[in-house]
Design a protein around this ligand. Sequence first.
Ligand code: NAP
Length: 343
Amino acid sequence: MMDLSFSLDLSRLGQEEPRAEEKEETVRDLIIIGAGPAGLTAGIYAGRAQLEPLILVGKSLGGQAASTSEMENYPGFPEGVGGMALTEQMAAQATRFGAEIRYEEVTRVDLKVYPFLVETHDQTYRAKALIISTGTSPRPLGVPGERQFIGRGVSFCATCDGYFYRDKTVVVVGGGDSAVDEGLYLTRFAKEVIIVHRRDQLRASAILQKRAKANPKIRFVWNTVVDEVLGDTAVTGVRVHNVKTGEESIIPADGVFVYIGLVPNTRLFEGQLALDENGYIITDKHQRTNVPGVFAAGDVQDPWYRQTVIAAGTGAVAAIEAERFLAEKAYEEAEKTSHTEAQ
Ligand code: NAP
């Protein structure tokens, strides 16, 4: 059971001063780190609350959702919607309400000082409230050849790279929704999609399983794990072994798409925020972290569901709570000032 005891001692805030910074500092009411569905929805809500939030985008807008070829379960789109298109619309909606989106990767945060310190390569910001929505990244296989052939046959994004595998053979590793969904997407281009899974049962939802099993371009290789990605100038296949029989073999392929789960992007917050045993940020049902004024939303704090609609929902909660936090802070400050003036 995770520790969900939260210390909400607001008096701690403002006691420590940050180290001297050379870069110019701008103080914002709210900074949102990460621009997937959670961060962008938080931006829409905070924008409408007149907080003029700054959304710092890491590498690219939209997070994992943007690399999803087709979403069939996001409400309001009976025919489905592309992940990239959906998140671009969210970004447009956030900016319409006054959110500012900047493509700056955050390199360091200091949550012991207040206003919180947020550093990017070019800028130092201070934020009176923070929403962390840094999402997750694909988990790598960690086998020889994988890293070496990234961009030359190894990919973590079928939507981005599928097009390059027209009439080719690709291996998809994994048995969850992502592997099966993106495997199905790859059948638009590839002549054969080989799904290599370590068990003999898929984890993916029933509807995706049914579709994949009915697709003549998809072949399953069960009870099998990848030991090495093979290649010369580009990928030529994978060396695998059967976990039941121990038998080794080589599967020739032009591409390898890895979908074996996700890891939370929380390195920046290690030692500063309470994280669970897998590195996810621990939040309560108001999306509060253990540091008052710091909220987290989306996949970075959700090891359970990891759905776009849920990420968006937690982004909305985080923004509403950030607004309340700021209003309380402003009230406390006003009270303090009137007391001082009265003395
Ligand atoms: P996931 O559900 O965690 O599945 C990961 C898959 O990779 C599992 O089949 C797992 O095997 C396998 N795996 C894990 N580590 C491995 C390793 N070291 N070597 C080989 N195989 C390994 O991850 P996901 O598919 O990326 O999905 C993440 C979340 O996003 C889920 O909650 C999913 O429902 C959601 N999602 C939903 C949709 C949709 O609704 N259409 C689409 C994409 C993602 P085991 O099964 O043996 O554990």
